[in-house]
Design a protein around this ligand. Structure first.
Ligand SMILES: CC(C)(COP(=O)(O)OP(=O)(O)OC[C@H]1O[C@@H](n2cnc3c(N)ncnc32)[C@H](O)[C@@H]1OP(=O)(O)O)[C@@H](O)C(=O)NCCC(=O)NCCS
Length: 200
């Protein structure tokens, strides 16, 4: 089944690279009506979602960095089939379950007994240890490290290189700054940064 990548920005091109590395056929990119429809890396760009939603031979890959927009698009595309874009260098151990449409953009490791929700964005170099739970629409920047038993609730966004200590809980839609070291729970919707991480 050919895959339509929703979003033709930097992340869309990263997802294209992953799908091409896996030799998965790409039908094109889908952008909002009125956006540029010039081909990207020779791949066609479409701006009419309705045509594609009627087709049963196409999967969607939502390649948008903002978790809230991913959540909205997933709702809009309800009933569609979503493709997994998992880089061939990713290491996925036993008892690791993913929801719809994960984007794993490079080598990242998931050890064992990990539950991952829908439409997550996992950047290269992330390490996810045993018994982590990652909610839907979560974004992990490059080289994020989650120790054992960490819970990242829906939509949380963890910045590049952040480290989260064992069993900490990152609340829904919280933001963790780049380079932070999280040693306690983070309240839903809050922003923390620094070493150790403190609310901003
Ligand atoms: C933490 C973060 C979300 C704050 O963004 P913001 O609300 O726009 O904050 P500002 O840039 O206005 O900075 C506010 C204060 O926090 C400090 N700060 C910002 N980011 C920080 C970080 N990562 N670590 C420590 N301090 C930080 C600033 O120095 C500033 O301090 P001051 O008030 O003493 O001057 C952002 O800086 C960040 O780290 N984002 C992660 C980006 C990332 O890694 N994305 C991954 C893309 S793939």
């Amino acid at each position: 089944m050919a895959i339509l990548i929703v979003g033709a920005g930097g992340l869309g091109r990263e997802v294209l690279a992953v799908l091409e590395a896996r030799r998965q056929p790409v039908a094109g990119f889908l952008v909002d009506p009125g956006q540029r429809t010039q081909p990207v890396h020779g791949i066609p760009v479409w701006d009419d979602a309705a045509i594609w939603q009627q087709r049963t031979d196409t999967q969607f890959a939502i390649a948008i960095g903002d978790g809230r927009i991913r959540a909205r698009l997933a709702k809009t595309l309800d009933g569609a089939t979503f493709a997994a874009a998992v880089h061939p260098g990713a290491t996925i151990g036993p008892h690791v379950a993913f929801g719809d449409g994960p984007m794993i953009l490079g080598p990242a490791s998931f050890t064992t007994d990990i539950a991952v929700g829908d439409h997550v964005l996992i950047n290269p170099g992330c390490t996810i240890a045993h018994d982590c739970v990652i909610g839907s629409f979560v974004s992990l920047g490059p080289r994020v490290s989650l120790a054992g038993g960490v819970v990242v609730e829906e939509g949380a966004n963890i910045g590049t290189g952040a480290v989260v200590a064992p069993r900490c809980r990152i609340g829904a839609w919280a933001v963790v700054g780049a380079g932070a070291v999280v040693i306690g729970d983070v309240a839903p919707g809050s922003t923390v940064a620094g070493v150790p991480a403190r609310p901003r």
